[in-house]
Design a protein around this ligand. Structure first.
Ligand SMILES: Nc1nc2c(c(=O)[nH]1)N[C@H]1C(S)=C(S)[C@@H](COP(=O)(O)OP(=O)(O)OC[C@H]3O[C@@H](n4cnc5c(N)ncnc54)[C@H](O)[C@@H]3O)O[C@H]1N2
Ligand code: MOO
Length: 395
């Protein structure tokens, strides 16, 4: 059995380089920028007023000074004349500073008298945003970069209407097992509802992929082959179940029979031991998840999400971790790296939940994190720090 870190490295090695497409900015949120974006001009493109008030020469701004108003500079409509000593213009926030002016006094600090203003004793001549204060023409936003809402505002401010991003990976999800019926369907007494694909679909969507659910395949080689044939165009095929050693666990023999090359099968982790990965003959990456619901979804967070990020050109990196104090003692680690369902308390410490069986979706849905315990770890006390993968707010 290989380690989690090695399995992840081997998966990253299967990932092909991302393909580019150009999308309008309103479609770019959550996509990975692949080509740096360049500012078409400086922002602001001129020295601009930061306040509503009066533009003047700083040398004229002595307390009680009287200045003659010779015009107005508004946002979008600059004053085209020149300000000479003893003169000022009305100026509004965002407007270009008139030639000759180098400062602004806010309107609260002047008294208007006909076509003149008189500066108050406390008037401050300032409030100018120099040309290029935010960025200068030619400034770049580097790639690769996952685009957040604030980035889109910045790219728009650069004057660019579109961005070159990674094509969304097409992911086919195949639930396998004679016991599975889709939610909403009518299970026989021996059947259960197919659950895992729905959590995985949402995880994939959140990470920028385009997932689709294939019809549930029964536990026969023919049914599996037929379902997998529907996914030949996918970049990634995720199978669920049938990965272990039981008589009906057919994924590995079926895909190798179809010409797939298996890269690994079984990982020293808990849950998730029967995980397998390889490449289908037509090029799709294959990730075979264990059927137990918690196993499938934990592998979704630990393997699938990092792979989807790498497929879009982001650096190949494991699921991010944080450090948290433990709310309860933790017994020594077993032979497999353990991803334990856990929950934050009000004091920010994490409590590993009592029931860790890999079939328990109620526990997983209550958990907000996974405490990671390496194989053979020493026991930990209350307050000791542990590695934690957050399950909420990141996907
Ligand atoms: N003798 C051994 N038995 C098992 C081993 C082992 O090493 N030796 N490993 C166990 C571990 S660990 C896991 S995890 C499971 C995984 O087995 P499979 O990947 O072959 O999964 P299935 O047998 O098909 O299903 C397991 C379990 O999960 C339910 N299931 C499957 N798919 C779904 C789905 N889409 N939605 C909801 N529930 C699903 C299925 O009904 C089973 O209850 O093997 C252990 N056995
Ligand atoms: O590894 Mo299994 O995924 O422990 O339940």
């Amino acid at each position: 059995m290989i380690s989690v870190a090695e399995a992840l490295d081997r998966l990253f090695a299967l990932v092909p380089p991302p393909q580019q497409e150009e999308v309008p900015l309103v479609q770019a949120h959550g996509r990975v920028l692949l080509r740096p974006v360049t500012a078409r001009r400086s922002q602001p493109p001129f020295a601009a007023s930061a306040m509503d008030g009066f533009a003047l020469r700083r040398a004229d701004a002595s307390p009680g000074a009287r200045l003659r108003i010779i015009g107005e500079s508004a946002a979008g409509h600059r004053f085209t004349g020149h300000i000479n000593p003893g003169e000022a213009t009305r100026i509004l926030t965002g407007a270009p500073l008139p030639d000759g002016a180098d400062a602004v006094v806010i309107q609260e600090e002047v008294t208007r008298e006909g076509d003149s203003i008189v500066l108050s004793p406390t008037a401050v001549a300032a409030h100018v945003r120099p040309e290029g204060n935010d960025f200068v023409a030619g400034a770049t936003l580097a790639a690769p970069r996952l685009l957040f809402p604030m980035d889109l505002a910045l790219i728009a401010s650069f004057g660019q209407a579109s961005a070159v991003v990674a094509r969304r990976p097409e992911v086919a999800i195949l639930s396998t097992g004679d016991e599975l019926v889709m939610p909403g369907g009518m299970p026989s007494p021996d059947q259960i509802f197919a659950a895992n694909a729905f959590g995985l679909h949402a995880l994939l969507r959140g990470a920028g992929a385009r997932p689709r659910l294939l019809p549930v395949a029964g536990d026969t080689p023919g049914a599996l082959r037929q379902a997998l044939a529907l996914a030949e165009d996918a970049d990634l095929i995720v199978t669920i179940g049938g990965a272990s050693v039981g008589d009906h666990d057919l994924i590995a023999p079926v895909v190798t029979g179809m010409g797939a090359s298996l890269d690994f099968h079984r990982v020293a982790m808990r849950p998730g031991k029967p995980l397998l990965a390889g490449r289908m003959p037509h090029g799709a990456v294959l990730l075979g998840l264990p059927g137990n619901p918690v196993s499938a979804l934990v592998c979704g967070v630990i393997f699938l999400l990092p792979v989807i990020r790498a497929m879009q050109g982001l650096p190949a990196a494991p699921a991010p971790r944080v450090r948290r104090p433990l709310a309860r003692p933790l017994a020594a680690g077993g032979p497999r790296e353990h991803y334990m369902r856990a929950r934050h308390g009000p004091d920010g410490s994490v409590e590993v939940m009592d029931r860790q069986d890999s079939s328990l979706l109620t526990v997983l849905a209550e958990a907000d994190s996974l405490v990671v315990q390496v194989a053979g770890a020493r026991p930990l006390q209350v307050g000791d720090m542990a590695d934690v993968v957050l399950l909420r707010g990141t996907t």
